[in-house]
Design a protein around this ligand. Structure first.
Ligand SMILES: *Cc1c(COP(=O)(O)O)cnc(C)c1O
Length: 387
């Protein structure tokens, strides 16, 4: 992992120390939680730099500095959920604006775009972003932004960030990237010219399935200023306690990602040769259509994978219900392995037509690989497949 040019410290060192200002009062090694709504003023003109927790809070500030440093951005807001982060970033746009987004994006983001922002006068075109000519054809005079999510959910399509940024720039558009699936440990979209990065910190950044949260990170000071303003105006920021949990979780991001993706690779190889599996979606497999791109663009292949069973729902349902170590649950990125059926779970809010366009069917099962021993996970899947 190469350090940022501007920062002499290695990535994992920044995970541990980023934003953590040592406590001056009692020398606490960790950042204190400041569970206060308001801060008293020293005079009618001066305060500590904090006045009201919706606007800013020292614990949240520590997390924001940490996450900005990990992505290589200049500013960050830590929000109450990943969806409030998406909403916050999308408030950069106005009614009448047209946005290009991937056809197989996160179900909740699709719903926000299609059913909420779409009803408020914004326009969206959903395209297969692995097809540059389809993306090029989607631009309109009023196109203002491009939303990217890579690898995609749940089919792990890898989108070429640099190519998308070039297309967007040719049309005077800004690019926003949902980097939840890889975390900044494995992919840093700013290095490819993306303008705004968001995360559901619920997933890898926190990593322990015990909080929901999000963040929006900006590369330019102007976007950082606008997004901080929106976050305060709309009241989207996370609580000090939730910020503290994510800050605790992020310290182990590097070693969690290493272990989880090493297991994911072995599980993908196991499933790939299994007779009841028709197809495995994992960018680490050489057969993955964007394997070379993933190699170039990512610092690893991540710990999410999906597969299609040969007979559709019967085997999909059996695997989901008979594994013992994989909880059947939405979400991902925690240290507990999870298994899910996108059609009735994470992608239930998409219409059947939209799901079909995205290539998600009743054959599809998604796995988030946790920190259990690889051999136990493979034995569990093998037993469930065999029924
Ligand atoms: C979970 C998720 C979100 C939404 O985050 P919440 O914390 O659940 O609101 C957005 N994008 C992706 C890729 C996600 O996995």
């Amino acid at each position: 992992m190469s350090p940022e040019a501007s920062d002499p410290l290695q990535f994992v060192t920044r995970c541990v120390h980023g934003g953590v200002h040592k406590d001056q009062q009692y020398n606490s090694v960790t950042t204190p939680i400041y569970p206060t709504s308001t801060f008293y003023w020293n005079s009618l003109e001066t305060n500590s730099g904090y006045d009201y927790t919706r606007s800013s809070n020292p614990t949240r500030k520590a997390l924001e500095e940490n996450l900005a440093a990990l992505e290589g951005g200049v500013g960050c807001v830590a929000t109450s959920t990943g969806m409030s982060a998406v909403h916050c970033a999308m408030a950069l746009f106005s009614p009448g604006d047209h946005i290009i987004a991937p056809a197989d994006l996160y179900g909740g983001t699709f719903r926000l775009f299609d059913r909420y922002l779409g009803q408020k006068g914004m326009h969206f075109t959903f395209v297969d972003m692995t097809d540059a000519s389809a993306v090029a054809a989607a631009f309109r005079p009023e196109t203002k932004g491009m939303w990217i999510e890579t690898p995609s959910n749940p089919l792990l399509k890898v989108i070429d960030l640099q190519a998308m940024v070039e297309l967007a720039r040719q049309h005077g558009c800004i690019t926003l990237c949902d980097n939840t699936f890889l975390s900044p440990y494995l992919q840093r979209p700013f290095e490819f010219g993306v303008d705004v990065v968001m995360h559901s910190t619920t997933k890898y950044l926190n990593g322990h399935s015990d909080v929901v949260g999000g963040c929006v990170i900006s590369k330019s000071a102007e976007h950082a200023r606008q997004i901080a303003w929106i976050c305060n105006a709309l009241g989207l920021a996370c609580s000090p306690f939730d910020a503290w949990l994510v800050l605790r979780g992020v310290k182990t991001l590097g070693c969690r990602m290493e272990a989880q993706q090493a297991s994911a690779m072995k599980i993908a190889e196991f499933l790939d040769q299994h007779p009841l599996i028709e197809h495995v979606y994992y960018p680490g497999l050489e057969s993955h259509p964007q394997h070379e791109l993933a190699r170039r663009q990512q610092h690893g292949f991540g710990a999410m994978l999906s597969f299609d069973t040969i007979d559709g729902r019967p085997t999909a349902e059996r695997v989901c219900m008979q594994t013992r170590l994989f909880d059947v649950a939405e979400s991902l990125g925690g240290i507990e392995s999870l298994i899910s059926f996108p059609v009735t779970m994470s992608h239930a809010s998409m219409s059947p037509e939209a799901r079909q366009l995205a290539g998600i069917s009743e054959k599809t099962v998604r796995i988030s690989v946790g920190l259990e021993h690889t051999d136990d996970l493979i034995a569990d899947l093998a037993a469930a497949l065999d029924g």
